[in-house]
Design a protein around this ligand. Structure first.
Ligand SMILES: *[C@@H]1O[C@H](CO)[C@@H](O)[C@H](O)[C@H]1NC(C)=O
Ligand SMILES: *[C@@H]1O[C@H](CO)[C@@H](O)[C@H](O)[C@H]1NC(C)=O
Ligand SMILES: *[C@@H]1O[C@H](CO)[C@@H](O)[C@H](O)[C@H]1NC(C)=O
Ligand SMILES: *[C@@H]1O[C@H](CO)[C@@H](O)[C@H](O)[C@H]1NC(C)=O
Ligand SMILES: *[C@@H]1O[C@H](CO)[C@@H](O)[C@H](O)[C@H]1NC(C)=O
Ligand SMILES: *[C@@H]1O[C@H](CO)[C@@H](O)[C@H](O)[C@H]1NC(C)=O
Ligand SMILES: *[C@@H]1O[C@H](CO)[C@@H](O)[C@H](O)[C@H]1NC(C)=O
Length: 604
């Protein structure tokens, strides 16, 4: 039997090439479709010939000011024409004679020449630990650094002889010359400093506020926090693909469900699934895709359709156990690449993952059999990259814990769509909602505890085309509310967490034809943000991170010829873990203002 591999590879190659060279049959599309651009023909660079540092604005990790107990360079590689190749690997061993409690993954990358943005990921033993994307280089070169707290993967980081895999599919040819250089280093920190024989960092206590519990001391629930980085799992099982094409599952359509069978130890008393996802090809700008009827009736060549509702759905034995409406990360070539230099879009260098508490389902999982996890994307089109890690906490005192679901109602969901259009102008509204409530008890050696999980997702999106489709407005709002409570059998709440997230997005863009029929001017205004209110016991934190950009560019096909853009970003965290705020103003690739404040303003 001939191997199916060559066909698969060709297929990947074809999709990738068409995404990269993007030979759309409508180079000046009225109506306007959001797209991915390269700056390969942009020659705006001013005087300086030094490589420029690109960055994502986030709160510095508390570890940044500490001296690591040890540092482990783990990977150094170049990603040239890596399309269709398996990930690059190295072998991981934990550092010796190095006590540590927390770990950071540091990615350092550089590139010069011309290149599109690329998606990349890092896996340890098949478990994803970072999903990231690249900056688009210039002739002078760009470089960037990403530091991620990976303490939640401590279980893996304490194992020996693991494969660390890095996937970054890139295309290098006469036109696209940018090769991506990537180095990865693990940094280990000991914030407890128990071992007097080893010099350890002098930890300012304020950096690590004590974990606050609402637990009376007589109840000793085995973990002190529901936050994965604060109380990491004892075991992590990847729910991912085999690795030759990366460990992610590639989801091509709404009916494409990717499955994996898993069995878990019988003494598991807590389970959380962490889902990573990113969207590409015809779904890279899913939040701005009109319905197929609009595309078909107007005879448009684009395949960027199927409306705007997308929900990554996780099933256990074919029952929905959770879902995520992803934060719409915009890669550095997206919408207008001039917006994203040197400050990249929210999440571009460290894409968010989504955690779903599965403890109420342990009553089903702890029967000694294998269970099927499935991933799909509601209304999705080609293509999505999805995988997950199952974080498990096990009771060392017993071989088996008892568990029963109490309330498992199939999550209610409803999606409404309202479309009106005449020729190229029209309005498309989509509204969706899902809510779920699950609970179940687990009786372990620490006692009998019931976990309650309630989740609510709300989604609203409106696309308007005006001016014969030359003006497009996209407005989207997503709201997520997630509550987890753990209660003893005497009804004492031992732990609780509440997470509220909002991520609105609005994009207005208009197209003006240029001197020849394949040149046009695109003027865009974009605003998006993430607001996150988290309470973990008595510890409350609020994050507000918003970006506003506007600008114009003259483009030919998918190349930016010239243009101008500015970005205004405001990032602020306040609450139990202290305050941090930063505002940055960028105009035409130069940082005009960058102000950081680490003091809490009195008005809260
Ligand atoms: C990666 O590490 C090598 C060897 O230390 C160094 O020469 C190179 O400059 C590094 N590249 C980046 C992008 O950090
Ligand atoms: C490391 O693991 C590989 C297979 O995953 C195995 O072949 C090899 O012997 C192991 N090396 C050591 C030193 O244990
Ligand atoms: C890296 O490891 C993965 C998983 O074991 C494997 O599929 C892939 O072929 C390896 N890559 C290389 C270049 O050998
Ligand atoms: C609860 O679990 C503990 C520890 O495994 C066990 O001793 C106890 O009998 C269990 N309780 C019940 C009611 O089964
Ligand atoms: C506290 O934990 C210990 C060991 O984990 C267990 O033996 C003890 O019964 C627990 N106490 C309560 C009140 O559950
Ligand atoms: C654990 O607690 C729940 C709720 O209080 C109760 O229904 C269940 O019977 C208890 N399980 C055990 C083994 O005691
Ligand atoms: C580009 O050059 C102009 C004129 O020399 C100067 O005003 C501007 O600040 C420069 N911009 C950058 C990004 O260096």
């Amino acid at each position: 039997m001939p191997s199916p591999v060559p066909i698969l590879l060709l297929f990947t190659l074809f999709l990738r090439l068409s995404a990269a060279t993007a030979a759309d049959s409508h180079p000046t599309p009225p109506p306007h479709h959001h797209s991915r651009f390269s700056k390969q023909r942009l020659r705006l660079q001013n005087g300086t010939t030094k490589p420029q540092e690109h960055f994502e604005i986030t709160r510095p990790l508390p570890f940044n000011s500490l001296t690591p107990s040890c540092t482990l360079p783990i990977f150094s590689g170049e990603f040239g024409n890596t399309i269709g190749l398996p990930p690059s690997n190295s072998t991981y061993y934990p550092p010796v004679n190095c006590p540590w409690s927390n770990a950071v993954l540091h990615l350092s990358a550089a590139s010069s020449g011309d290149q599109y943005d690329r998606i990349a990921a890092v896996w340890l033993s098949g478990s994803e630990i970072l999903r990231t994307s690249t900056a688009e280089p210039t002739d002078n070169g760009v470089f960037w650094n990403v530091r991620k707290d990976v303490t939640k993967y401590s279980f893996l980081l304490r194992q020996s002889n693991l494969t660390l895999a890095v996937m970054l599919e890139n295309i290098v040819n006469d036109v696209f010359t940018g090769v991506y250089q990537v180095n990865l280093t693990f940094l280990y920190y000991d914030i407890n400093c128990n071992d007097a024989s080893i010099p350890c960092a002098n930890v300012p206590l304020s950096l690590f506020p004590p974990i606050q519990r609402s637990t009376p001391l007589s109840l000793n629930y085995s973990i002190s926090s529901l936050d994965l980085n604060e109380s990491p799992a004892d075991l992590i099982i990847p729910i991912s693909s085999t690795g030759d094409e990366g460990f992610w599952f590639r989801i091509e359509s709404e009916s494409d469900v990717q499955h994996q069978s898993i069995s878990i130890p019988l003494n598991t008393y807590r389970a959380v699934i962490e889902v990573y996802c990113s969207f590409h090809g015809n779904d890279e700008f899913w939040y701005s895709n009109p319905p197929d009827s609009y595309i078909d009736i107007n005879g448009l060549g684009t395949k960027r359709g199927h409306g705007t509702y997308r929900e990554v759905v996780v099933t256990l034995d074919d029952n929905v156990v959770g879902s995520a409406i992803p934060f719409p990360v915009i890669f550095t070539g997206g919408i207008n690449p001039l917006f994203w230099e040197p400050v990249v879009s929210i999440g571009a260098f460290d894409l968010p993952s989504y955690e779903i508490e599965l403890t109420p389902f342990l009553g089903l999982l702890l029967d000694g059999k294998t269970h099927d996890f499935g991933f799909s994307v509601t209304d999705g089109i080609s293509f999505w990259l999805v995988d997950a890690n199952l974080h498990l906490w096990v009771d060392e005192n017993v071989d088996k814990v008892q568990a029963r679901p109490v309330r498992l109602v199939n999550p209610s969901s409803c999606i409404e769509r309202e479309f009106t259009f005449h020729e190229l102008d029209g309005k498309f509204e989509v509204e969706g909602e899902r809510s779920s409530e699950f609970s179940g008890w687990v009786n372990s050696s620490a006692g009998n505890f019931t976990t309650y999980v309630s989740t609510k997702l709300e989604f609203e999106n409106t696309i308007e085309f005006r001016n014969s489709g030359k003006t497009k407005r996209v407005k989207q709002e997503v709201e997520v509310e997630n509550v987890v409570k753990i209660q003893s059998d005497t009804r004492v709440r031992v732990l609780s967490s509440r997470l509220e997230r909002k991520y609105p997005l609005s994009i207005t863009s208009s197209t003006e034809p240029g001197s020849t029929n394949d040149i046009y001017t695109l003027t865009t205004r974009l605003e998006h943000s993430i607001t996150e209110k988290k309470s973990n016991g008595r510890l409350k934190n609020t994050l507000v991170n918003s970006q506003k950009s506007d600008g114009w560019m003259v483009v030919q096909d998918h190349d930016v010829l010239f243009g101008s853009a500015k970005l205004d970003q405001s990032y602020s965290v306040r609450g139990g873990s202290g305050c941090y705020s930063r505002t940055v103003l960028v105009a035409d690739g130069s940082v005009i203002d960058d102000t950081t404040n680490i003091f809490c303003a009195s008005s809260l």
